[in-house]
Design a protein around this ligand. Structure first.
Ligand code: SF4
Length: 575
């Protein structure tokens, strides 16, 4: 899977989307600080019944020797997530059956393994280790996730201890890359090298990684907790849809630091994060994070998993009360008021050749729909070494950056990336297409995604090459309502479902139009709109997108983006 919420920890979709009302008052909602710790559902029971992190030792000591059938259900389907191990979807199960089968019936005897990055770079040695693991244990699979992490498939339980040993040996980890934990941090992929950055968050992110991962005080959260950092003027870490985001700003008196955003999340009830209006100095980053994550632990709603994310607490409290609780109960001091970030400038995908602040260059390149392989990773290691680089980074848009290339080696490095199938200058729809894992490996999927996305993007690039399309149009294809690749924040967001066409049930999509996170030319985040009864069969997707883009090009006002047009257009124009 190459997306981060493709998981068996997903709550079932609420009957109605966009419902961020807090749970009912007048009964226990499982808030530890209010109601006590009595577990109110089976997930809360297993989390209290022994630290889920303890599952690692059982894999090493027992399951890897005794085999898949020796693994009890609570470890297999629950606690393994704390080490980012998930059973993958059994091959050949039709998407229409997804909701009718149990996790055990949907599960294959193989695992997905996620490796967290937290904004660090991969060295040549680490690339070779990951490439080798992919080839030796994962049938050559290797994806970049939408949270900059790496993901492998087809892992056998027997191979897990050796895989973990190799990762440990080069300083990589899988800890808490899934589960109800502090998930992998998004960090600007150009942190520390962008000549225009406001502040370099690398050290802050590293400090959190080194200090808090695996801490039992925060290994039982109500749900996942997502963190993001950026100091780049491109605002490249989706700060509106993380539980806590640090966005680089310059305070008029206190200098560079961060504006704090809290409680953003998508899924079936999308909610954009709220600014607290608080300025966080670099030396306060860890305090603020430790405070916010403990607010979530203590006050988050644990009764229902689909009401447990931090956004539901924020919906009840609002940013003022949230800040007051943070300062009064957790920090013990006041944060300064601070400015909002500047409107975004530049392109957040970081593709192409760019000069770094130290005079070297980074080259950003696109793997097709986020898909690498063990061979490509090994080739990348060789290429990096041969051009004098020892660093690559991944991005939230599933791209890869080769860092520190000397000016005289840039062309050689660029060509080397192309030879590996990593395109530094992809055509517009290929460049702006995201796809989740879909039915290939995900137990929640209803439709196929990655292969379809690659085909649709290539066809659109060909068919629309004759137009004067001068602004990017993002297309995000999701295999189910869970919104792993952000249905509601794309120009064209597609939610996989089975639809009926001429009396036949076929794979298709509900269409969301006109969404977007802040980016150049789109300063404010906005959630896409749906059009009543608008659904498109997978086989008609290219035709539909081509048609709607041509209508946009005909009807748009000067300087109007696709999203702006789609938000105001008549429903007939969008059908
Ligand atoms: Fe996420 Fe896609 Fe799986 Fe749905 S099908 S849970 S959107 S990866």
């Amino acid at each position: 899977m190459s997306t981060e919420t493709t998981t068996s920890d997903r709550a079932p979709a609420p009957a109605k989307g966009r419902d961020v009302r807090p749970p009912r008052a007048g009964r226990s909602n499982g808030q530890w600080a209010v109601d006590g710790k009595e577990p109110l559902n089976p997930n809360e029971v297993f989390k209290q019944d022994g630290d889920p992190l303890g599952a690692r030792q059982r894999v090493i000591d027992a399951y890897a020797h005794e085999g898949y059938d020796s693994i009890p259900d609570d470890d297999l389907h629950n606690r393994f997530r704390w080490w980012a191990l998930y059973t993958q979807r059994k091959q050949g199960i039709d998407g229409g059956k997804t909701s009718q089968l149990t996790p055990s019936e949907l599960s294959d005897r193989y695992f997905m393994q996620r490796i967290r990055m937290d904004g660090t770079s991969l060295s040549v040695e680490q690339m070779r280790t990951v490439g080798g693991i992919s080839k030796d244990f994962a049938r050559g699979t290797l994806d970049i996730t939408d949270r900059q992490n790496l993901q492998l498939h087809w892992i056998r339980i027997e191979d897990v201890p050796e895989m973990w040993r190799r990762l440990d040996a080069v300083g990589l980890t899988t800890i808490e890359a899934c589960g109800d934990t502090p998930r992998g941090f998004l960090v600007s992929p150009v942190a520390g090298i962008d000549p225009e950055e406001v502040i370099d968050p690398s050290e802050a992110a590293r400090h959190l990684h080194d200090t808090y991962l695996g801490n039992p005080e925060i290994s039982n959260l109500p749900r996942k907790f997502k963190t993001a950092f950026t100091g780049s003027p491109t605002l490249d870490v989706l700060h509106e849809i993380n539980d806590i985001s640090y966005v680089g700003v310059v305070h008029p008196d206190l200098g560079p630091g961060y504006d704090l955003w809290i409680a953003g999340a998508l899924s079936t009830a999308p909610f954009l994060g709220r600014r607290l209006g608080a300025f966080v100095r670099p030396d306060q980053v860890a305090d603020a994070w430790w405070g916010v994550i403990r607010i979530f632990r203590d006050y988050g709603y644990r009764r229902l998993r689909n009401k447990a994310r931090l956004k539901f607490l924020m919906a009840e409290w609002g940013p003022e009360r949230f800040r007051r609780v943070l300062e009064d109960e957790y920090l013990g001091y006041r944060l300064a008021d601070g400015p909002a970030p500047e409107p975004p400038r530049g392109t957040a995908d970081h593709l192409g050749v760019h000069e770094q602040s130290d005079g070297l260059s980074w080259i950003g390149a696109k793997p097709p729909v986020g898909r690498l392989s063990g061979d490509v990773m090994l080739g990348l290691a060789d290429l990096a070494e041969s051009v004098g680089s020892n660093r690559v980074r991944t991005t939230p848009l599933q791209n890869i950056l080769l860092l520190d290339v000397p000016p005289e080696r840039v062309e050689e490095a660029r060509q080397g990336l192309i030879d590996l199938g990593l395109d530094p200058d992809p055509a517009p729809f290929t460049r702006n297409m995201l796809a989740c894992t879909g039915i290939e490996f995900c137990k929640f999927a209803i439709v196929e995604t990655k292969g379809l996305a690659a085909r649709v993007a290539a066809d659109l690039d060909e068919r629309l090459a004759d137009t004067d399309l001068d602004r990017p149009i993002t297309v995000h294809i999701n295999g189910c309502p869970n919104s792993c690749v952000r249905i509601q924040t794309a120009d064209i967001g597609l939610k996989g479902q089975i639809i009926t066409v001429d009396g036949e049930r076929v794979p298709g999509f509900q269409v969301h139009l006109g969404g977007g996170l802040s980016k150049e030319g789109h300063e404010e985040a906005e959630l896409g709109r749906t059009v009543r009864h608008l659904k498109v069969a997978a086989t008609d997707l290219t035709d539909y997108i081509e048609r709607i883009v041509r209508v946009y090009l005909d009807e748009r006002e000067p300087e109007e983006s696709f999203a702006q047009w789609a938000q105001r257009a008549d429903e007939e124009a969008l059908a």
